[in-house]
Design a protein around this ligand. Structure first.
Ligand SMILES: Cc1cc2nc3c(=O)[nH]c(=O)nc-3n(C[C@H](O)[C@H](O)[C@H](O)COP(=O)(O)O)c2cc1C
Length: 372
């Protein structure tokens, strides 16, 4: 199962784990896969702390995931500092949207954050705010892989990352986007079907993966969206994927920094409980349906704003949900894919990696027996 991308990264298994939690990323890398830390929620200073910690706790290498969308409000404004950009974009957010978001949280009894916990409204999400994050990544040699969500990264970013000897790839939810990534000279594509957690397109993994593999030829494709056990890893590899890129699975592992009440919500959810909604980030994102997502669907309420303005409205809700998960039970941001229905117990990250490999081998054996 050791594919070429494993050789290039020096990892044992082509199991990639997207996570916002450094403990999970370290555990997966140390179990032979590759932990990929999502950077969108961190300032450059916080990212430096996280990567320094990973350097100390990861034996081999790890990855970092950025969010530079190919389209967003404020794009092309590149002469401002992150703080100035935040202030400028803040002026574009209608007060009615802020009031509506506040009303949903207040009606559900979600307390406000203490004064000292006030935070930026704009974190990753723009080329301006990601630039300092890239500077940080380049200082950490074990950060061997960079992935970008929501579009092909700008040419100067590709050059910077590849020039430093790292691999850079990007997520895609369509053949067109995969071809754009290939034309830009990326090293790999992560192809995510609609069932995946977080931002996603409309086509299912079973239909999209083989089309993207055929379209991009010898460029490695990491299959994402709906992988919860080793049978699905085997299906992806049988189609020609170079590895399995997973996200939802790592929300219910022992090491995850998901508050217990929120983790229980994931454990209790079925595959019917997710929805693609623009209500948190401004772009279609798969998450658990709840009172927050329903509130933004109604024709009588404001429409979600484009990225990153909706996140500037909603980030306070994300932070309050993280701090007060019990109170925010029905209005929390719970990004997860349809595979949530297979996530029925809390496991150690290393055990999940081992399980995926064992189940993969069993699936291959089953096929081999069929072939006599
Ligand atoms: C909680 C959560 C947050 C995510 N955030 C990001 C992100 O910031 N950047 C990114 O490239 N992908 C993000 N994703 C998508 C994952 O990288 C991955 O492609 C996806 O989870 C795969 O589908 P699965 O959820 O069925 O495993 C996120 C997924 C989840 C579940």
């Amino acid at each position: 199962m050791r594919t070429e991308i494993c050789e290039r990264l020096g990892i044992e298994f082509p199991i990639f784990a997207f996570t916002h939690c450094r403990d999970v990323a370290a555990a997966v890398s140390n179990a032979g896969g590759l932990g990929v830390l999502g950077a969108v929620g961190f300032t450059a200073e916080q990212l430096e702390v996280e990567l320094a910690w990973l350097d100390e706790h990861v034996n081999g290498v790890y990855g970092v995931d950025l969010v530079i969308p190919s389209k967003y409000e404020g794009q092309g404004i590149d002469d401002l500092t992150p703080e100035q950009l935040e202030a400028k974009l803040g002026e574009l957010v209608p007060q009615g949207h802020r009031d509506f978001a506040e009303k949903i949280l207040t009606d559900h009894g979600v307390p406000r954050l203490p004064e000292e916990e006030h935070h930026n409204q704009l974190l990753g999400w723009t080329a301006t705010t990601v630039a300092p994050q890239i500077e940080v990544i380049l200082k950490h040699p074990k950060a061997k892989l960079v992935a970008n969500a929501l579009g092909t990264p700008p040419a100067d970013v590709i050059e910077q990352i590849q020039g430093s000897g790292r691999l850079i790839g990007a997520l895609c939810g369509s053949v067109k986007h995969a071809l754009n990534h290939k034309a830009a000279g990326l090293d790999f594509v992560v192809c995510q079907g609609t069932e995946g957690g977080g931002h996603c397109g409309e086509i299912s993994s079973m239909v999209l993966w083989p089309q993207v593999i055929d379209a991009i030829g010898d460029m490695p494709m990491l299959a994402a969206g709906g992988i919860g056990d080793g049978r699905q890893v085997a299906a992806a590899m049988a189609m020609g994927a170079a590895g399995a890129w997973t996200g939802s699975l790592w929300l219910t592992v022992e090491e995850a920094n998901v508050p217990p009440a929120q983790m229980q919500t994931y454990i209790d959810a079925s595959s019917h409980d997710t929805v693609r909604s623009r209500s948190w980030t401004g772009k279609p994102c798969r998450m658990l349906r709840n009172d927050w997502t329903d509130a933004w669907e109604s024709t009588e309420t404001p429409d979600p704003l484009p990225m990153p303005l909706q996140m500037m409205v909603a980030l306070d809700g994300v932070k309050r949900g993280h701090r007060y998960p019990e109170a925010a039970k029905d209005v929390n941001f719970n990004p997860v894919g349809q595979v949530v229905g297979m996530m029925t117990k809390v496991e150690r990250s290393a055990d999940v990696v081992a399980r995926l490999i064992t189940e993969y081998v069993e699936a291959c054996d089953r096929l081999n027996k069929l072939n006599g």
